[in-house]
Design a protein around this ligand. Structure first.
Ligand code: PFF
Length: 458
């Protein structure tokens, strides 16, 4: 069978943006920015996106489109069947498996908030009451498993539908609606009393608040938010035609992703400061703040339903890219049918997600504190975002920069691109800047370079 292809260039951009834009932008970025003091963290994040994320995204698309295969087979094709580079592909498949398992739990929270909004649960509640709704949800194991199950079924259903009829079709509809809704909410936030304080928190860097741990987290998040380091973009690139300008496409996806993360902050922090919340509330932040805005707005209940539906959709377009990495791996490597390659790995990911769904309730693992003093859910997130994705990213950069056949890489970069002259600069960024930046980050992480922050788990 010929390899599936995106129906249009726009379809690809929306699918890739759909993968990038997700819970990472609206749920995670605001809360880690909040925990790390705001502005300075945001600044480091922006630098990491431009300097590390953008070049690696091009690199993943270059490999994917050239090899026309999912990560393991792509490395086999480019580096040789027996080459060790295919381990990078395997690392990606495993990382996709891990991320989707807990990602689905958070996505399940959004689904649960859709239902709460429909049932008027958020109506007439004080900000404190709204806050405690999340705390209750977090510790309700069975409820979390229920929503996790539902979300995994949705993701499996779409990936089962294939590239064009599943992934592309849904991304094309959902992404634009999400964007419009975010614009509406930002406009509303402008009129809140805490708006200027919120803006200052996000954009005025206070370098004193930045810890080494914060720097690491910002760089790790750049990978997470752009879906890099595990071959998701590589896999999406494998469905691309030669006409697409990979540099331009990457620039658009990186910009959209960053824009949406910043918009989420411009909604959430004005609410935080208008209602006297603390910015460092951790994973519940978006669920505790956004419903408060809705409870104050005319038409709020309807907007609440829409917002959480869209958050779940944003999560869905990312989840399908996580699952697609695993699914396409089994199709390409072992010749499985799409049906089998979706259902079996999807089912296993679902099972592996159950301890994460139960983490807040303490069922199953009690108060297991993992290797890093975190519960199962947080451990998985920590492992994937701070270790596996950056490691995958650096290896991809080093491979493309130093080891891949340069002629081939150059030809693929040039194909369909108006930015041919950027090739040499890009290659050297991958060769030098990305590895050095990432090695410094990793050395801090393992504690070889010293931490200023005594709280960081090593
Ligand atoms: N980029 C997604 C987000 O920000 O929510 C998460 C993600 C999707 C990470 C796909 C990695 C990936 F391969």
């Amino acid at each position: 069978m010929p390899r599936a292809q995106w129906a249009s260039r726009m379809g690809f951009i929306l699918a890739a943006a759909g993968s990038a834009v997700g819970l990472g932008n609206i749920w995670k970025f605001p809360y880690i920015a909040g925990e790390n003091g705001g502005g300075a963290f945001v600044l480091i994040y922006l630098v990491a996106i431009a300097l590390v994320g953008f070049p690696i995204m091009i690199a993943e698309l270059v490999i994917g489109r050239n090899a026309q295969a999912s990560p393991v087979v792509a490395f086999e094709k480019m580096a040789g069947k027996d080459s060790n580079w295919k381990a990078v592909g395997w690392l990606g498949v495993i990382t996709g498996f891990i991320i989707l398992s807990y990602y689905s739990v958070v996505a399940g929270w959004s689904l649960s908030y859709v239902l709460m909004s429909i049932c008027d649960f958020l109506e007439g509640k004080s900000p404190e009451q709204i806050s405690s709704l999340f705390d209750n949800l977090y510790v309700s194991g069975g409820v979390n498993v229920f929503w996790h199950t539902l979300f995994m079924l949705l993701a499996i259903g779409i990936v089962y539908g294939g590239v064009k009829k599943g992934i592309e079709r849904w991304s094309k509809i959902l992404m634009p609606v999400l964007f419009v809704l975010l614009v509406v909410l930002v406009v509303r936030a402008v009129f809140m009393p805490g708006f200027s304080k919120g803006v200052a928190f996000v954009f005025a860097p206070d370098m004193d608040k930045l810890t080494n741990a914060g720097i690491l987290e910002a760089v790790g998040h750049a990978f997470f938010t752009l879906s890099l380091g595990m071959g998701a973009m590589l896999t999406y690139g494998s469905y691309l035609s030669k006409k697409t300008d990979l540099v331009r496409a990457s620039a658009i996806v990186c910009s959209l992703d960053t824009l949406i993360a910043l918009m989420a902050c411009l909604i959430i922090f004005p609410v935080v400061f208008s209602f006297g919340f603390e910015p460092d509330q951790g994973p519940g932040l978006v669920f505790k703040t956004i419903p408060v805005v809705f409870s104050q707005l005319t038409g709020g209940p309807l907007l609440a339903i829409l917002f959480f539906m869209l958050l779940a959709f944003a999560a869905l377009t990312s989840a399908i890219s996580l699952l697609e990495v695993v699914t396409s791996h089994f199709i390409d490597k072992f010749g499985w049918s799409r049906k089998k390659a979706t259902l079996i790995p999807g089912g296993m990911i679902f099972l592996f997600g159950i301890p994460s769904a139960l983490a807040g309730s303490g069922a199953l693992l009690g108060d297991w504190q993992g290797i890093v003093g975190k519960n199962f859910f947080d451990t998985m997130d920590y492992l994937a975002s701070n270790w596996l994705l950056p490691m995958g990213g650096i290896l991809i950069a080093v491979y493309v920069g130093w080891f891949a056949p340069k002629k081939l890489i150059k030809a693929e970069f040039h194909e369909g691109s108006k930015f041919k002259s950027l090739f040499v600069g890009w290659l050297w960024v991958l060769r030098i800047i990305v590895p050095i930046a990432m090695v410094v980050v990793l050395l801090y992480k393992v504690g070889i370079l010293e931490f200023a922050d005594p709280n960081l788990p090593t």
